[in-house]
Design a protein around this ligand. Sequence first.
Ligand SMILES: Nc1nc2c(c(=O)[nH]1)N[C@H]1C(S)=C(S)[C@@H](COP(=O)(O)OP(=O)(O)OC[C@H]3O[C@@H](n4cnc5c(=O)[nH]c(N)nc54)[C@H](O)[C@@H]3O)O[C@H]1N2
Ligand SMILES: Nc1nc2c(c(=O)[nH]1)N[C@H]1C(S)=C(S)[C@@H](COP(=O)(O)OP(=O)(O)OC[C@H]3O[C@@H](n4cnc5c(=O)[nH]c(N)nc54)[C@H](O)[C@@H]3O)O[C@H]1N2
Ligand SMILES: [Mo]
Length: 773
Amino acid sequence: MGKAKMSGKRIIRPYHDAAGGWGALRATGAALLGQDTALRGSATLLRVNQPDGFDCPGCAWPDPKHTSSFEFCENGAKAVAWEATGHRCTPEFFAAHSVTELESWGDHDLEMQGRITHPMAYDAATDHYRPIGWDDAFALIARHLAALPSPNAAEFYTSGRTSNEAAFLYQLFVRTFGTNNFPDCSNMCHEPTSVGLPESIGVGKGTVLLEDFDRADAIFIFGQNPGTNSPRMLTSLRDAARRGARIISFNPLRERALERFQSPQSPVEMASMSSTPISDSIYQLRIGSDAAVLKGLMKAILEADDAALEGDLPRFLDYAFIAGHTAGFEAVATDLRATAWEDIERKSGLDRAVLTQAAGVYMTAERAILVYGMGVTQHRRGAEVVQQVANLALMRGNVGREGAGICPVRGHSNVQGDRTMGIDEKPSAAFLDRLGEHFGFDPPRAHGHNTVAALEAMQRGESRVLFGMGGNFVSAVPDWQRTWPAIRGLDLTVHVSTRLNRSHVVHGRAALILPCLGRTEVDVQASGTQSITVEDSMSMVHASAGRNAPASEHLRSEIAIVAGMARAVLGAASPIDWEGFAADYDRIRDAIEAVLPAFQGYNARIRVPGGFHLASPARERIWMTPSGRANFLVFDGLDEDEHESDPEVLWLATLRSHDQYNTTVYSLTDRYRGIRGRRDILFLNEREMQRRGLAEGDRVTLTTASTDGVVRSLDGLAVVPYLLPDRCCGAYYPEANPLVPLYLHDPISGTPASKAVPVRIVRSATPRVGETV
Ligand SMILES: Nc1nc2c(c(=O)[nH]1)N[C@H]1C(S)=C(S)[C@@H](COP(=O)(O)OP(=O)(O)OC[C@H]3O[C@@H](n4cnc5c(=O)[nH]c(N)nc54)[C@H](O)[C@@H]3O)O[C@H]1N2
Ligand SMILES: Nc1nc2c(c(=O)[nH]1)N[C@H]1C(S)=C(S)[C@@H](COP(=O)(O)OP(=O)(O)OC[C@H]3O[C@@H](n4cnc5c(=O)[nH]c(N)nc54)[C@H](O)[C@@H]3O)O[C@H]1N2
Ligand SMILES: [Mo]
């Protein structure tokens, strides 16, 4: 087949600058102006992540001790501007637009309406949302919950911006009501970390602190895009690169910030237009081949270690650590020796020589940090891949030493804290014991639903109510053609929200929107001005208090909403002083301290600037596993899926653009990838385009290679040539979610395989970009 002709308009305009720099400053200015926050916003920005300010509602990356001067972050600024917007979504707006009309709006247009000002209830007779009083809203929830055949017919979702205090009170309410149904955003995100790492190292969290980045000799980054999703991490990476640490990335895409970064904090770099190269190498592995790559790296180390033994040279494996601290090494070594290099090469698309070279960097580094993100977790065998990251760390004793460790980069700013507070469908017996003892009730013991199980229960008609504490459940979940009808069939959907989103327009028969305060806003309760606390990706807990006036006088804090709902649902007979908790958040922290021993002295410790670190046993080389040792775990084979052998099936990764926060689309631009003004894009390499006779701008239909006979397809994506490995393609999340079958999830963690959906591509009847009918 000849080279397809590139005619008509080009869609992609390659971005040649480094990540960060003037481009980032310009984009921040645009984000602030677009939200009418220009003056107030910049004052607000000066309080982000300051000791007396508020925690950035963006990502979960930690701050240098929370005592630093303003650290610039483009995407943090966007998250703040989005919350501190001057736009308002009022009862008049809802009166002017029916829900059916709003359903046809794009995600960006929904969110652009700004902050929701009043509690609203869906009125089926008129198909409009109408204002409702708070007490009436709580009474409506109470009526629906009381009518359920069992508390287990309700689902209580949490998104990861919810504070420790709100999360603790919320789980207390839900368990007092009688269920452990806690689907949460983490179930679609780092659950493979939460369930995979404990088997390996005894804790489901990372083991590094920010200062470890100052000591590491090598930093390996698997499937994580810091330039977009945790830009403050670039400061650590830039400093590490400048002092000569080796940084190696494994990513099917050459993400710009993994290549080079221009620090807006550095006057020299900004003035001279210079930048710091970040990664020594970006290895473009095939989608879904991290296990193969990790096994390749470990096999190369094993081979080098064998050679060292023969040559009587220093060894590459940390035998003292392996013997003293771990179990299962022999089984893993046997499996690695039996794994053929040809299979690793075929699967990953990377040569043995290349992998051996990367392994060389790892095994000559005295201290190494292994970082990973969604490129590792959102796979059919995500939890097992996480365990391979741990294997690689354990081989050289890179856990529990300065400058070394495992670093899962969490998503939402408090998603890790929410889990610590008990947002967990599989709570430990010890936690329930202490909770029940302190509050004098018998918490439900049966495990509840995670996100996938909640959706399945809705599909079966067993779950009847969905309550969402933040987030955008409807858009975030997979398989829309199958999951949305189930959500529409619910008796009641309730969403505690700041801005309008898809979950408000794809709703149950009855529906409520409960507008809440955001992080940037002052929270005044009966005892005075309150602060909340959060836990970052490195287990640092600290306080956060906003100063802006609330977006509307009708807003309530998430805590006050939980308290009001609890009183309405549980009645005056509930022995728990819900109003007392809502009046003074110190009292919630006292209760947290009573239930969770790690929070001893909570109220005093958060008053110290910078907060405190929640001790991690693995960091101290204490292994909280049944054997008391860290475990090497075998990954059986290299494959994820039976489709691997069909050459027509490609792996689709669903991607975040630079201008979105999960389902919140700030703009239609994806600066570093060279896309402007649209999101209906399929990234494909030129060889795959030629094989199909496709040119840039041609429209295609993607169809999932489903195993359940259901047709899942997405029509009208415009093809753009992009440097990707063969048999790989990319499209934007959440638009591509209809292609992700609900069954396509990791059976261990329940996390949907959003980064490796098997798809077929055919030319679509839709006219190509730039062509009119
Ligand atoms: N601005 C902004 N910040 C955010 C978010 C946001 O949407 N916007 N989201 C927040 C949340 S909740 C989360 S969880 C994090 C997400 O942050 P990340 O973990 O960085 O998640 P993604 O951008 O989805 O994917 C990361 C990378 O995985 C790569 N990838 C795809 N498939 C594979 C694969 O098979 N193997 C490997 N090795 N790599 C692969 C992609 O090319 C991409 O560069 O960021 C948080 N921060
Ligand atoms: N295909 C595919 N699917 C994915 C992913 C993917 O990479 N690919 N990523 C997954 C991941 S990692 C995650 S974490 C989930 C994200 O899933 P969610 O966390 O459910 O979604 P968000 O888009 O972060 O939620 C945005 C909404 O949160 C509300 N909000 C914002 N701030 C606040 C606040 O302070 N309080 C309250 N109560 N509400 C607030 C606003 O109304 C806003 O519209 O999506 C998952 N789904
Ligand atoms: Mo996430």
